[in-house]
Design a protein around this ligand. Structure first.
Ligand code: V47
Ligand code: SF4
Length: 365
């Protein structure tokens, strides 16, 4: 464990933030904004590394997982999304339950511990399709956790089925849902949601649904889509809303900052995020989210090498092996579509940490 005297940070750095972090005092919105405005990346990193070590010691996690995106047909048409299609477009697809079975059997010899399943809002799929999907996957992969559907899909399913949110969650849980990914949060700002994705559920609704999901005993993650038109203040406000929710429910497992990729989207004029912004965002998330145990550096979005570097900036998890990622690759990601377990372990070991292959709930395997 790093001794607090080893934190070689100037006393003037972001007035008082160092003392607060060392003494476990919660940072304010003003502290978060000051950190973003500081150009002293190394000091931010040292503090975030200190906070990470206090929570996770020498461990850095990864998971052996498989992504399945069951449809790209979506009525929401968010401006930042390169993945979705309208139903009559040539690249539109929807997997049948048989297609999904095939996808799982294609990799049946691999030690997959988590299936990450999300898709668009396709009006042609009824609630039974989702229940069949979960039951089918669970039957084949009974040892793995199904991490499926965002709060956006849960809201859609309540509308399609006419059931309450609670009932939808209960039925999905009975069919095999183990936990939920953190997508759909995007940025919890009324004006940005109106501008960039007016058809998607509001931030308030996203939080309401997440609260209901946590209440039913299902853990979720939380994300933040950054690097488009949002301000630093909106990012910090997003983090504080997540922190408040975590105080109430303790239902979030991990936070994942998602770096915006603009290619093939309606926002293609926007530049990519920079390495500095990616590292700062991970570090500031670690410092602001004092009640989250895990911060993921999602290698698909920021690249394997920067994700490895992020292990010194507050991240303790590199996500998974994946193999077939669609959402970011449709938006121009140049990263691999999957990594081997050996490769992931090597990234962590070379960063001087101990690689831990985990299940969805951060139990070491
Ligand atoms: O909600 C969509 C984002 C999310 C783009 O919980 C984009 O473990 C960047 O939530 N550029 C889906 N991002 C992915 C997601 C996720 C990924 C990995 C792990 C977990 C987890 C969750 O991807 C969407 C949206 O915020 N997204 N388009 C884009 N062009
Ligand atoms: Fe649909 Fe999700 Fe893409 Fe928005 S981000 S258009 S909800 S698939």
């Amino acid at each position: 464990m790093l001794n607090k005297d080893d934190l070689n940070i100037s006393a003037k750095f972001c007035e008082g933030v160092k003392d607060k972090v060392i003494n476990g005092i919660r940072l304010t919105a003003e502290d978060g904004i000051a950190l973003y405005k500081s150009s002293d990346l190394i000091s931010i990193g040292i503090l975030a590394d200190y906070a990470r070590k206090k929570k996770c010691g020498n461990k850095a996690y990864y998971i052996y997982n498989q992504h399945i995106n069951y449809t790209n047909i979506c009525i929401n048409q968010c401006l930042f999304c390169a993945y979705s299609r309208k139903k009559n477009q040539s690249e539109a697809f929807t997997y049948s339950i048989e297609d999904i079975k095939k996808k799982i059997y294609e990799r049946i010899d691999e030690p997959i511990m988590e299936l990450h399943i999300v898709g668009g809002l396709n009006l042609e799929l009824n609630f039974d399709y989702y229940l069949d999907l979960l039951k089918t996957v669970k039957q084949i992969r009974y040892n793995a956790t199904i991490k499926a559907f965002t709060a956006v899909e849960i809201d859609h399913l309540a509308q399609v089925s006419g059931l309450s949110i609670q009932k939808v969650i209960k039925k999905l849980k009975q069919a095999g849902l183990g936990m939920m990914p953190g997508g759909g949060a995007e940025i919890l700002s009324i004006s940005i949601r109106k501008k960039l994705f007016p058809r998607k559920i509001s931030g308030k609704r996203w939080l309401q649904i997440i609260k209901a999901v946590h209440k039913e005993g299902i853990k979720t993650n939380a994300t933040m889509l950054y690097g488009h038109v949002e301000t630093i203040e909106e990012r910090i406000n997003h983090l504080i809303q997540l922190r408040n929710m975590q105080d109430e429910t303790n239902g979030f497992l991990a936070f994942i900052p998602l770096a915006f990729h603009s290619k093939n989207t309606k926002l293609s004029h926007l530049p990519a995020t920079t390495a500095i912004d990616d590292l700062k965002t991970i570090a500031i998330a670690r410092l602001m989210l004092d009640n989250f145990n895990h911060i993921k550096a999602y290698w698909v979005m920021i690249g394997e090498k920067l994700a490895q570097t992020a292990l010194f900036f507050g991240a303790d998890d590199l996500d998974g092996t994946i193999i077939e990622e669609k959402i970011t690759h449709f938006a121009g990601a140049k990263t691999a579509k999957g990594l081997t377990e050996e490769y992931m372990r090597n990234l962590i070991t070379k960063a001087g940490l101990t690689p831990v292959c985990r299940d969805s709930f951060y139990n070491a395997l």
